[in-house]
Design a protein around this ligand. Structure first.
Ligand code: G3I
Length: 371
């Protein structure tokens, strides 16, 4: 990741002001400009590659009102070892975003999956009192990061993907062994609240409306109910919204969904007093035929239906894509399409051309009631 200094980040921002590709403006007003009057902020994740690409930066600045660092606030990026912190990459992203008037939200204080823990943490010697050591490591990380960005980042994914979609149960890690799975989550939220009292604290996960998500949805609901019952300071549910090929399309056709069950889930979540965010949306078109017009139409229609299912909730005030353009989408590195073609999964294409998906997002935002 770049070591952009603050000066370079601001210089990059200046470049943005000079260079805005015509086609990105061809679809003006920007997506955030459509949502903002209705109380809905639109944005995207942004990582090192996008930050270093002036055309990508220009598109983000023209279409978004906020960004979320794709990887730069995760343990792997911030914690080289058990003793130190490295915020350079995150601060470069935040500096650039701030210099062009974009908000920033945080992701994530704890990705509750062993394979997403840094190697040193997985191999850490928790000593004679593992419970105290686990608590020290977790609270030290959360309070340092949340405290650093208190008043800077208004919202943060505190815990990410703690529910195993295969069982609906809570994942076990080297931190849950001494502390207990629910206690780890509770402690992360309480520590974040103490460090950043005015920050929106979010539980983020990828349960969706597609078949095969039943256990995932019920597990998330069970977790949220348990946390609310014990008074854990959770403010919102982040719905990642990686839709289109559930479980990489294991037998589930593109576009399949259970709208009734989804509505029941969302009613239960908002019934607990929680807000909703779409935190990482993209549409995996892996299962769609080769024809471009067919793919783009199906992606756009499916995304519109999904967004409409959420935007009817006044508790939803944020829609973030996980990439504004296909160019650096994580989906390009995932299992490829049978025809080997690049995925068409974001509102803008590889050459920053607006896609039918972009039109569908604009229409969904425009149709939403003010909140
Ligand atoms: O920075 C290192 C670089 O130094 C090294 O040379 C290179 C090769 O090993 O790896 C680089 O780190 C990679 C990082 O992205 C930054 O590019 C990691 O290997 C790679 O695993 C990481 O992938 C990210 C993934 O989360 C895991 O953190 C994806 O970009 C990112 O899009 C993806 O995003 C997640 C959300 O955080 C949570 N929800 C699901 C979503 C998609 O998986």
């Amino acid at each position: 990741m770049t070591d952009l200094t603050r000066r370079e980040a601001i210089g990059a921002a200046a470049a943005v002001a000079l260079f805005v590709p015509g086609n990105a403006l061809a679809a003006s007003p920007g997506l955030d400009a459509i949502g903002k009057p209705r109380g809905i902020r639109f944005g995207t994740c942004l990582g090192g590659k996008g930050l270093r690409d002036p055309r990508y930066r220009a598109l983000v600045a023209a279409q978004c009102g906020l960004i979320v660092p794709e990887n730069e606030l995760k343990w792997q990026a911030v914690r080289p070892d058990a003793r130190s912190f490295d915020f350079r990459a995150a601060d470069a992203l935040i500096a650039w975003a701030t210099s062009v008037g974009l908000g920033v939200r945080g992701h994530t204080l704890l990705w509750q999956k062993t394979e997403r823990y840094p190697k040193w943490l997985v191999e850490h010697d928790f000593g004679p009192n593992p419970r105290a050591e686990a608590e020290r490591l977790l609270t030290g990380h959360v309070s340092t990061v949340a405290g650093r960005y208190a008043g800077v980042l208004p919202s943060f994914d505190v815990v990410n993907e703690a529910v195993d979609e295969k069982t609906g149960g809570l994942r076990e890690t080297v931190l849950t062994a001494p502390l207990g799975a629910e206690n780890v989550i509770d402690l992360a939220f309480r520590t974040a609240r103490a460090a950043a009292p005015h920050m929106q604290l979010v539980y983020n996960d990828y349960m969706s409306w597609e078949p095969g998500n039943e256990l995932h949805r019920s597990g998330v609901l069970k977790l949220l109910e348990a946390l609310k019952k014990r008074g854990t300071p959770v403010d919102a549910l982040g719905i990642q919204s990686h839709i289109g090929a559930p479980g990489q399309g294991g037998g589930v056709p593109f576009g399949a969904r259970d709208e009734k069950a989804w509505r029941h889930f969302l009613d239960a979540v908002t019934g607990m007093g929680l807000k909703l965010l779409v935190t990482e949306m993209d549409v995996n078109d892996k299962l769609l035929p080769t024809d471009i017009a067919t793919r783009d139409r199906a992606v756009a229609d499916y995304a519109r239906a999904f967004l409409d299912s959420l935007l009817v909730y006044p508790q939803l005030d944020t829609v973030l894509f996980w990439g504004i353009s296909d160019k650096y989408s994580w989906l390009q590195g995932l299992t490829p399409r049978p025809d080997g073609l690049a995925k068409r999964c974001c509102p803008y294409g590889m050459n920053y051309e607006p896609r039918p998906l972009r039109t569908a997002v604009a229409a969904a935002l425009a149709a939403a009631q003010a909140r």
